[in-house]
Design a protein around this ligand. Structure first.
Ligand SMILES: Nc1ncnc2c1ncn2[C@@H]1O[C@H](COP(=O)(O)OP(=O)(O)OP(=O)(O)O)[C@@H](O)[C@H]1O
Ligand SMILES: [Mg+2]
Length: 179
């Protein structure tokens, strides 16, 4: 099965998943994040920035639409939260990021799916009922390249964490150290 589902039990575990994505990310990769307010999208991006080797990650104001971090590859963190019309998104000229030399990650991607690249890794974050610190995270590859990326991620998670991709569900254990 191509879909990968993991359950995160804490912000640290969500960050850790991001960290592994950052380590696997390649030039031109596009990650689309979908999920309600506070589900952990920024937390995942923070982990990605560290995984890409960014030394300093600072939370900047929420009205900033694109933030750049510099590690092994540039990370372009795009946030559509404040945008309401597809026209506004289309007019931003984001192609220079998406087809540039870095990795792009988009929060609130559901607002702009029509104008975003069709090949991507779609990551959905959901609350788990009755548990404030759990999140169900699904990773859906769209296109060959992302199928391969998810395959590599599954393999990493199954080696490093208590994760059983063959059941398409696993738990991240953030007490394990990162290599
Ligand atoms: N398992 C978890 N994973 C991620 N965040 C968690 C988890 N459990 C609790 N949290 C908390 O949820 C909040 C997530 O905030 P974050 O800013 O990452 O969400 P977001 O999806 O980016 O929100 P927004 O839609 O406002 O941009 C943080 O306060 C974090 O501590
Ligand atoms: Mg956010």
């Amino acid at each position: 099965m191509n879909l990968l589902k993991v359950k995160s039990h804490s912000p640290e575990q969500t960050q850790l998943l991001g960290n592994y994505l950052g380590k696997l990310a390649q030039r031109g990769d596009i990650f689309l994040l979908v999920g309600d307010l506070g589900t952990g999208k920024t937390c995942l991006v923070q982990g990605m920035a560290y995984g890409l080797g960014t030394k300093e990650y600072a939370f900047s104001p929420s009205f900033v639409i694109v933030r750049e971090y510099h590690g092994r590859l540039p990370l372009y963190h795009v946030d559509f939260y404040r945008l309401d019309h597809i026209g506004e998104i289309a007019d931003l000229g984001l192609e220079e990021y998406f087809y540039g030399d870095g990795v792009s990650v988009v929060e609130w991607a559901e607002k702009g799916l029509q104008v975003l690249p069709q090949n991507n890794l779609l990551i959905e974050l959901n609350y788990v009922s009755n548990c404030e610190t759990q999140r169900a995270i699904s990773l859906k590859p769209r296109g060959e390249h992302y199928l391969e990326l998810v395959k590599q991620l599954k393999s990493t998670l199954s080696k490093v964490f208590n994760c059983h991709p063959e059941q398409s569900e696993g738990s991240l254990d953030s007490s394990r150290s990162l290599s």
